[in-house]
Design a protein around this ligand. Structure first.
Ligand code: K7E
Ligand code: CUA
Length: 867
């Protein structure tokens, strides 16, 4: 491995591959490249994206999951998928839609009483402070059922869904204003704001577009629906939006694609929508002052209330100089405000140009009341020519834009749908700089914080619509393709194809990993969906079953490796609620819970309380169990729900006569179990002694493990008491069971304790040289550990002190590893072979690997006291 890295480094430094190959011993890399048909460029791309085991990424990507109604999370540059988060769609792993707490969130998304269990997610957005991503909250829209969802980036869970009460679809959301005051959501397909029927012939009079300004409370991360409002707009089919920032802070921008107000009608012999909607040469960019509009909602005369939300009529907005239109090339798609808010770049699908509008020019026209005309609804139109900074011909089908690190010099990237390219250009000096082919038909592109006030550069991800021949075939429905592009050099460099198997991810947002600080556990008893302590919070010792009429409530706890209680009997027809609290504090100790056949599931991360509820309408015996492989005794983490019919008489089955143990046998088993426990405890004590002697408390990660281990250990005295009590009562059978329980706790303690010890050894040992570290890896990967355990005699001798055992030992060891056979008749080796009944095999290590292993042995000897 180490040798490969040094070779790769020289590759990256530009040494020709052939020369490097010749000088490198073994030629392993060359062999692999040959076998897999990789070019030198492929290997460089691999080195730029490959993230070794345990390695971390620089950016985190939140991608819309499209029709899956979810959000997908992955890392850049590794492109490793980290999570799918249920948003508008049930997600069973996280219990989303299968436990009561999350169902409440999902059901907030009901529309006019109807349950909706899917969403068409398009545009995720991260909350902002001064226009910069702050890593606290994430919002995303559902185009099909106009809704916005809020996720908490503390635990990556969906916390709120709000339904737009007047829109019938939404596309231009979600977009945060620069201090997360509002989330903008523009409608798409115009429709009547009320819920009544209106004939299509009255389209111009009764169908409307609009923008909803969702008031956001960034302290608690929730939309306040009462303080939110809608701006009524003409039925122009509003498309994407962006909030102004910096110079244009307080304003918003929204595209549209049907200023013709065409209404289709293939079935009555009219040309289709696509023809009618693209007749005019220009459509309208909507420009509006949201700060002004917000103050208008303070006075009742400025708005109407429709379906419970305040709606500001266009006429009111116009009268208050808060709404303007500017022509833009026909059928535009993306509108993207520059990091300083001074430029607004619009790309039209049907126009080969990007149009760069300048805010100072727009502002001047507004200030001077210089209008080129008015639209049929009386909205002032500003001159396109006088608002433009300029236009650049980019290619066919420009859609979306992202800014680069050098945005001040004009660096911007645009996707070209029809040309299947990403183009790098200069929006200030209006020239094209570079193009790269993508595969195929790119929609959005995602820069690293590329639409914030502080773009980070480095990478662009191309979110392609078609994958065609890029991946192994999986039937007519192909995966989507996200392509990672390195933009750090002068030329863009396509690095990696990532298959997306979830839905069509329209847009993704990237944030620097260091801005995120997610939790590893909840405060004990937390209802994660509200952030408050659950009324079902149950601590150890408080487990109980409460019956009130037909309602049976089970207060249960889960901890490695049992669910308490383990038997619950109810009557057929009872309404059963299980409140489940995971008592663990240890990181990543999640338990799951389901009752077979009852379609419920909860994911219980450490500290969480969630509940499942169902009508026990099936008679029978239903196992319930933990659904996460949480521990060695995970399979035993189960119980029974027994549902009996109160109107039935059950005849008891004949008892089987089983042979039971004699008193003497029981006593022997008891003694044996106690002896095993005493021996196990001695091992634990030696580990504890080591941990204490080496000041484990100074290292937080080690300390967390020790706390968890002691937590398990602390449960032993209570069990011991029960065991002793059983002995006193003469019930050895029960005493053996309690002693077994003690052993289980000891195993868990030892399991975590030994992990802590290994970690601590690494922390307190002298620092490993690079060669010694490489040697340890070679030792592991070369299979040496199969026979040799450092510090212990295993199926081969202990290697601590091996460099003291022979004359000229380093050379001796080296030769032995490279050619073991040559020493089989050395008296010492012969003795070992006889003792272990094994011969040291030839592992075909390289000289460099063997040198490193010797360095590793030196490090072992320096730290021999630790093993
Ligand atoms: Cu697909 Cu932003 Cu909905 Cu463009 S949108 S591609
Ligand atoms: Cu808890 Cu499996």
């Amino acid at each position: 491995m180490a040798t490969n890295i040094s070779r790769l480094t020289s590759l990256l430094l530009g040494t020709s591959l052939a020369a490097t190959m010749a000088s490198a011993n073994g030629g392993e890399l060359e062999k692999v490249m040959k076998a897999r048909g990789l070019t030198e460029n492929d290997v460089i791309h691999a080195a730029k994206t490959y993230t070794p085991s345990g390695g971390r990424d620089e950016f985190m990507i939140f991608s819309s999951g499209g029709q899956s109604g979810q959000i997908m999370v992955y890392g850049v540059p590794s492109m490793k998928i980290l999570k799918y988060i249920g948003v508008f769609t049930p997600e069973p792993w996280q219990g989303y839609g299968y436990d009561e707490e999350s169902k409440k969130v999902l059901r907030e998304g009901n529309i006019r009483g109807r349950e909706i269990n899917w969403g068409d997610t398009h545009h995720p957005a991260i909350s902002e402070t001064n226009g910069v991503y702050d890593g606290k909250w994430l919002a995303i829209n559902d185009k099909a059922n106009p809704r916005i969802a809020i996720l908490d980036l503390n635990d990556f869970e969906t916390k709120q869904i709000v339904v737009n009460p007047v829109f019938k679809s939404d596309h231009g959301g979600a977009f945060f204003t620069p201090n997360s005051e509002y989330i903008l959501e523009a409608s798409q397909y115009a429709a009547p704001f009320d819920n009544n029927y209106h004939p299509i012939e009255e389209y111009k009079e009764t169908y409307r577009g609009g923008i909803t300004f969702w008031k956001f409370n960034d302290k608690i991360g929730r939309i306040n629906q009462k303080k939110s409002f809608v701006l009524e707009l003409p039925p122009y089919m509003q498309d994407l939006s962006d909030a102004g920032k910096g110079a244009s802070n307080g304003w918003g921008f929204t595209n549209s694609f049907n200023s013709e107000m065409y209404t289709g009608g293939i079935e009555v012999g009219m040309p289709p929508f696509e023809a009618g909607c693209s007749r005019n040469d220009t459509d309208f960019l909507h420009v509006y002052n949201w700060k002004k509009l917000a103050t208008l909602t303070k006075n009742k005369k400025n708005y109407k209330v429709i379906n419970g939300i305040k709606v500001i009529p266009m006429s009111v907005a116009v009268a208050n100089n808060a709404l303007f239109l500017i022509p833009e090339p026909k059928s535009p798609h993306g509108v993207d405000v520059s990091p300083d808010g001074e430029y607004i770049v619009v790309c039209g699908k049907l126009d080969t140009h990007a149009s760069v509008y300048k805010w100072s020019k727009i502002q001047k026209l507004i200030k001077d009341h210089k209008y080129a005309g008015k639209d049929p609804y009386g909205i002032p139109i500003l001159s396109m020519k006088d608002s433009l900074h300029g236009q650049v011909e980019l290619g066919l089908g420009p859609l979306h834009n992202q800014y680069g690190k050098h945005w001040k010099d004009g660096e911007i990237y645009t996707s070209l749908y029809v040309d299947s390219q990403i183009v790098k250009w200069d929006y200030k000096h209006l020239k094209v700089l570079d193009k790269v082919n993508v595969h195929y038909n790119v929609g959005h592109l995602c820069g690293m914080e590329g639409k914030s006030a502080d773009p980070q550069g480095k990478y662009i991800i191309s979110l392609n619509k078609l994958a065609i021949d890029r991946f192994d075939p999986v039937g007519p429905l192909h995966p989507q393709n996200h392509q990672l592009i390195d933009i750090s050099g002068k030329k863009m460099d396509l690095l990696y194809d990532m298959a997306i198997p979830l839905g069509e991810p329209h847009q993704a947002v990237a944030i620097r990993m260091s801005k995120l600080h997610p939790e590893v556990r909840y405060k004990m008893g937390t209802n994660s969906r509200t952030g408050k302590i659950s009324k079902g919070k149950t601590l150890a010792g408080q487990e109980r079953v409460v019956r009130k009429g037909h309602n049976v409530t089970v207060y249960a706890t889960l901890v490695r490796s049992h669910i308490n209680p383990e038997r619950v009997t109810v009557n057929k027809g009872d309404i059963v609620t299980f409140y489940l609290t995971n008592l663990e504090r240890a990181e990543d100790e999640t338990h799951g819970f389901t009752v077979d056949n009852y379609d419920v599931h909860a994911s219980l991360e450490p500290g969480k309380t969630a509940s499942v509820k169902f009508k026990a309408d099936l008679e029978g015996v239903f196992p319930y169990y933990c659904t996460e492989f949480c521990s060695a005794l995970h399979l035993e983490m189960m119980g029974y729900l027994m549902v009996k019919d109160p109107n039935k008489k059950y005849v008891s089955a004949q008892k089987l006569k089983m042979k039971t143990m004699s008193k003497a046998e029981l006593k022997a088993e008891y003694d044996k179990t106690v002896a095993v426990n005493t021996a196990t405890d001695a091992v634990i004590q030696s580990v504890v002694k080591f941990l204490k002697a080496n000041h484990y408390e100074k290292y937080p990660t080690v300390k967390a493990l020790v706390v968890d281990a002691l937590d398990q250990y602390g449960k032993i005295p209570a069990q011991k008491k029960l065991s002793d009590k059983a002995v006193k009562a003469g019930d050895l059978e029960k005493a053996v069971l309690f002693e077994n329980m003690i052993w289980q706790y000891m195993v868990k303690t030892a399991d975590v304790g030994i992990r802590a010890k290994n970690l601590l050894v690494k922390k307190v040992a002298t620092k490993q040289s690079a060669a010694a570290a490489a040697g340890e890896r070679a030792f592991g990967e070369g299979g040496c550990g199969g026979c040799h355990v450092i510090g212990k005699v295993s199926s081969g001798p202990d290697l601590t002190g091996v460099l003291q055992r022979h004359e000229n030992a380093e050379k001796w060891v080296r030769n032995f590893i490279l050619n073991p056979k040559s020493k089989y008749h050395d008296p010492y080796v012969e003795g070992m072979i006889n003792y272990f009944n094994l011969r040291m095999p030839n592992q075909h290590m390289t000289k460099e690997e063997v040198n490193n292993i010797v360095e590793y042995f030196k490090w072992v000897d320096e730290n021999a006291n630790l093993f």
